[in-house]
Ligand binder design. Sequence first.
Ligand code: TRP
Length: 483
Amino acid sequence: MADDYKPVHHKHDANAPDDYHVRGNFATKLGFILAAAGSAVGLGNIWRFPWLVGENGGSAFILVYLICIVIVGMPVMLAEFIIGRHTQTDQVSAYSEIRPGTPWCLNGLLGLVSGLLIMSFYAPVAGWVLAFGCKMGLGMFGEARGMDTEAMTVFFQDASGSIIGGTTEPIVWMLVIMVITGGIIAMGVEGGIERACKVLMPTLLGIMVLLLIRSLTLPGMSGGLAFLLKPDFSKISGMTILEAMSQAFFTLSLAMGAMMTYASYVRKEVNLSKMVVSVASIDTGIALLAGLIIFPAVFAFGMEPAAGPALIFHTLPVVFTQMPLGHVIGTAFFLLLTVAAITSTISLVEPIVTWFVDGLGIRRIYGTLAVVTLIVALAIPVTLSVSGDSGLFVLLVQGEDGVSRMPLFDVFDFLATKLAMPIGAIVICLFTAFGMKRAMVLKEAVGTEGTPGRAIYLWYWVCITLSPVLILLVLLQGLGVLG
Ligand code: TRP
């Protein structure tokens, strides 16, 4: 996108040479799809999705999740795209520009807070993934190769235990991720990242297809397919539905301004509604692929599907070790997953930095430093809270069936994905209904060259009625407010 970008002059600029902000544009539709898909595809697809599926009863959860993608995720994404492209500015200013002097802009601030909370648990996990890639690459898991399956399974459970369980080590890996993310953001995202993604994301997909073939040819994999194909609706509760809806927002990078910010760089003629379909399909496809790789392997090796956040660190290395050239493929897989995670961390941090720069007038380099420092300060206790035996930063919650442990990791995940994101999404729908003019919204959805057809009218109706009501009901039901 760097080659032939057309500058757009914009008034919200802090450090422009004249009074204007020269904003970059995505040169092509493909550039935008890749950037938005780069934001969407990340740990949410390959780490969080399989872990939630494993804990919430397999295919029944997947079904609810897919429904959520279509009737709340995609509508909210289009609404974000519209607000972003219409205003071409950061998320807080976007609301104030359309509705000056009203409290709508508080939703922009809420988005900034969700971003900080998500980053504080996303960065440590990205660190574990990087650690696995490096260790495998250095041959540190080599001794597993001669073992039988059972010994190997135990070996990798211990190995991931020490990555998640140590104290300084996970913090160091998390810091590496933050330094890389901060470095890229300080230099400006244009050029390098998008170009790299064009090569790296298809490579990740290629490796996943190889893994899929290995996984589906393992003896005893059919239990995993059954888990994925036979829905068990008894596992579905109000909380599960809330979990599925939060995952839909999370995996599509919604309700915290990431997609809004990216859309602010899109040319006026691009049909945003088509972009939504592309991004959501890529993202969902990769999540389902991850499930199809992991669960057959989990069952083939007699492992536990409900292992929680450690799931992919327990199973995948066992699969790798059992394939020809497995350590090479495994190393490549974890390193590419790190790249996928970093294209997502960038989209989480960038909107906050953009606000520091555009909204507060702080120079980009200081803004980046401030945001990175803040995230590191939050991420350290979060990392320690899941360090096996340290017991630090773990809340003890009194429930009906006794006291349960709630690590800070889970607290932040809960606050961001189950509270802040649904609330943010409801406000985005309401803003579409009451904050913007209908004609403008419909026109912006298809771009200057399109005319809104039936699908767009249907979307508008869903977005202003069905989506917000459903999100609210799911939220209240999940939190137990509706009993
Ligand atoms: N969607 C990314 C993933 O699945 C994570 C992510 C990036 C995100 N940007 C976001 C989540 C903004 C919520 C909001 O890994």
